[in-house]
Design a protein around this ligand. Structure first.
Ligand code: ZN
Length: 136
């Protein structure tokens, strides 16, 4: 088995911003010599998330509306006394910050309507996502 690591450098321009990173991950898979295995996509930040779903603009707006209704940005949070971004941490906490996807050949074995997203919840920032490719 071989293990390979690649860092995706992302630059966001809004506080809450979705970035479809499917092609970035497939590019890393295409460049490496590992042809079958699993790829783990991990965000190194506590105010961001990684998830898999459909890249449809109406749905993506629905996701943003849902997280705003579940965890309002103007809520009364203790963490805001230290750092004014409790909503970002709480949103990250419920969504999660990694996904593991099987791959074969030079791309992920995703369903037709699945894409991999990085979600910045406290941008704009420079963000780093670790892509760990494991297989043979
Ligand atoms: Zn904080």
């Amino acid at each position: 088995m071989q293990i390979l690591t690649e860092i995706l450098e992302l630059k966001t321009s809004d506080r809450t911003e979705l970035v479809d990173i499917t092609q970035n991950i497939n590019a890393a898979l295409a460049e490496c010599a590992i042809r079958k295995g699993i790829v783990n996509v991990y965000s190194r930040h506590s105010t961001s998330a990684v998830f898999i779903n459909e890249n449809e603009s109406g749905l993506l707006a629905d996701f943003i509306d849902l997280i705003e209704s579940l965890i309002p940005s103007d809520g009364n949070y203790r963490h805001n006394k230290i750092d004014n971004n409790a909503d970002s941490h709480l949103r990250s906490f419920i969504i999660g910050n990694s996904e593991t996807i099987p791959f074969e050949g030079s791309s992920m074995a995703l369903g037709t309507w699945q894409s991999v997203f990085f979600l910045d919840l406290d941008g704009p920032r420079n963000r780093r996502v670790t892509v760990t490719i494991m297989g043979e």
